[in-house]
Design a binder for this molecule. Structure first.
Ligand code: ZN
Length: 288
């Protein structure tokens, strides 16, 4: 994302640290960052990789292991479509981990006040616990994507378990919202062969992000989250925030909420339009 400095090499590791902490996930993700150099060689040898996101992701996963797509700088360089780079006058705004009765309605209110729609990547288990809220978010005009059922680190699971997880979440979101989702964001932003197979079977296009706020960072504030985001906030980027703290430390979503207002103000000042992924004009995005 920001650059290729070692400081950002733990992006995916941090993602592993913050969430549900399945056994050994963080250490495993950190180890998986090592094959990045191998993937960079793949890109240098075959530039076509950079424009064929789903195919490139499959190739890179096969060559370098599943951690490759969780590594921000490499993702942006090799997989612009997968990272959600689109119309340079537009920002795609996305939220993960909801819907959450504690926080999602507050995010939705901020967006409604500003007349902005976004994409919400929902967890199946959260939709099951708050179906009316999921319905309300969709009814407000927001795009709904799939974030899996349980927020599990899917590369640790086989095809059957991955397929069950993603299929269950997709089916519930479709039945609750009345619209079949077409986008899938894997937990931790990490793809694997089984994830790609399951997504394809379900007609889902994998979509990650190019800028995030890392709200779960210890001591984060609206200002610190916005500063983190702003480092990558170029026109055309897909932004990730979280409308739920269900996988993050206490106070995370509040910091993200404050950062959202700062982000909207900043985009307005810069003349950048904001909307859901569906309106982001991502070249070649296969909308099933
Ligand atoms: Zn998540």
């Amino acid at each position: 994302m920001r650059d290729t400095s070692p400081a950002t090499a733990t992006d995916s590791g941090s993602a592993g640290v913050r969430h549900d902490k399945p056994g050994g996930t963080a250490r495993r993700v950190l180890r998986l960052a090592a094959p990045v150099a191998a993937a960079a060689r793949v890109a240098a040898d075959a530039p076509v990789v950079a424009v064929a996101a789903a195919g490139a992701a499959a190739l890179a996963v096969a060559q370098a292991g599943p951690g490759i797509t969780g590594f921000g700088p490499v993702r942006r360089l090799l997989f612009p479509r997968l990272a959600g780079y689109g119309d340079p006058t537009h920002i795609a705004l996305t939220f993960d981990d909801g819907p959450d009765p504690e926080s999602t309605p507050i995010f939705a209110e901020v967006l409604a006040d500003r007349g902005i729609r976004a994409t919400f990547f929902m967890l199946g288990r959260m939709v099951a616990a708050a179906p009316q809220l999921a319905r309300n978010v969709a009814a407000a005009g927001h795009e709904i994507g799939v974030h899996g059922w349980d927020h599990r680190y899917l590369p640790l699971r086989g095809l059957r378990e991955t397929r069950t997880d993603v299929r269950r979440a997709t089916a519930l979101i479709a039945s609750v919202t009345g619209t079949r989702p077409t986008l899938f964001r894997p937990p931790y932003g990490v793809l694997s062969g089984p994830v790609l197979v399951a997504a394809r079977e379900l007609g889902l296009t994998p979509l990650l992000w190019g800028a995030w706020g890392r709200e779960w960072t210890a001591g984060s504030t609206p200002e610190s989250v916005f500063r983190t985001l702003a480092g990558d906030l170029d026109g055309g980027v897909t932004v990730l925030l979280h409308d739920s703290g269900c996988t993050s430390p206490a106070g995370s979503w509040q910091a993200g909420l404050g950062a959202l207002s700062l982000l909207l103000d900043d985009c307005e000042r810069r003349g950048l339009r904001i909307g859901p992924v569906a309106e982001h004009g991502i070249p070649g995005l296969d909308r099933n």
